[in-house]
Design a protein around this ligand. Sequence first.
Ligand code: PMP
Length: 388
Amino acid sequence: MDTYAPSDVEFVAGRGATLWDAQGRAYLDAIAGVGVSLLGHAHPALVAAIADQAGRLLHVSNLCHSPWAQQLAERLTALSGLRRAFFCNSGAEANEAALKLARLHAQRRGVAQPLVLVMDGGFHGRTLATLSASASPAVRAGFGPHVEGFLRLPFGDLAAVAAAQAAHGDRIVALLVEPVQGEGGVHLAPPGYLRGLRTLCSQHGWLLMLDEVQTGLGRTGRWFAGQHEDVQPDVMTLAKGLAGGVPIGACLADGAAAELFTPGSHGSTFGGNPLACRAACTVLDVMAREDLVARAAQRGQALLAGLQAALAGDPRVRAVRGLGLMIGIELDRPARELALRALQRHRLLINVTHGTVIRLLPPLVLTVAEAQAIVSAVVDLVKGMDAG
Ligand code: PMP
């Protein structure tokens, strides 16, 4: 297990945005298992639903009809406006499904050597196809030969997409993009970008595939981040917080893309299992009941404004940016050690991504007091760095 980052702290329990270690010390969780625990830890409704379902039926072959998978599909298609849902077990797997749809789409169009457009700074997972679609050398290195058929463009640049169309238009079949890049350093698309991509994809018959694994389900203050620009993709992937920590992934599709998988053409043993699907239905219930999407928008705005005000003019800070409760503080230097320092000195869980960016993805149930505590701890951490 030492491919995961080491830490001495052993967490044994959680509630809301609080975690406790084995010695009973409390920590503030500003990363939510990297964007997973939308409802906070141990939400009573989710705990009860999981316990109840475990006592009834954990798993049954997805060759059989599952009422929970059916219900989840209905709810996700209603929320997203997309017509079909395929369930799997992770974000990478959801993106694998999307990429397989792109290949089938190519076949339908008679494109022999299809290209999927992907972005600099993009991250889509660590399976072979998804790491090949991802940009980071740290993710790709050592795993060649990579899966072919990707063309990488600068993120946020519509002219680059138009140029790719001019050069390779006959081969391009799809475009895979995160509405806000997460692992790449919390980069927001410039205004109009997603809408521009939608227009180009529609014009050329490419599938617009939004990777909403990190941004989806309220994280950015809307149910899905594409909605900030009223953009409806052809394919959308979800995972992370969907079942509140029970592994699940979903690939939603609309239009012609919704017809590409046929019975038997794709699948996974655990995909759509009753436990994960019921947990996900419960997450959606609680999010609606507690109005967590609106809360993410409000709390996120206040947290961002608080951080921007407190860090304004600090020479170590290059940018403080975010959307909803997805926030990045970009520093002028490598910041990896800050995550451990935050844990040890402030009992705060943060994450550092792309080397220099402090990333905050707290549970959507974050309170005002917790948001303020995050601001003061992050400011202390940054000010505690040598100003040189
Ligand atoms: N896509 C995005 C945008 C992600 O942020 C992640 C995980 N950080 C993934 C895909 C991969 O998800 P998983 O780790 O569940 O495979």
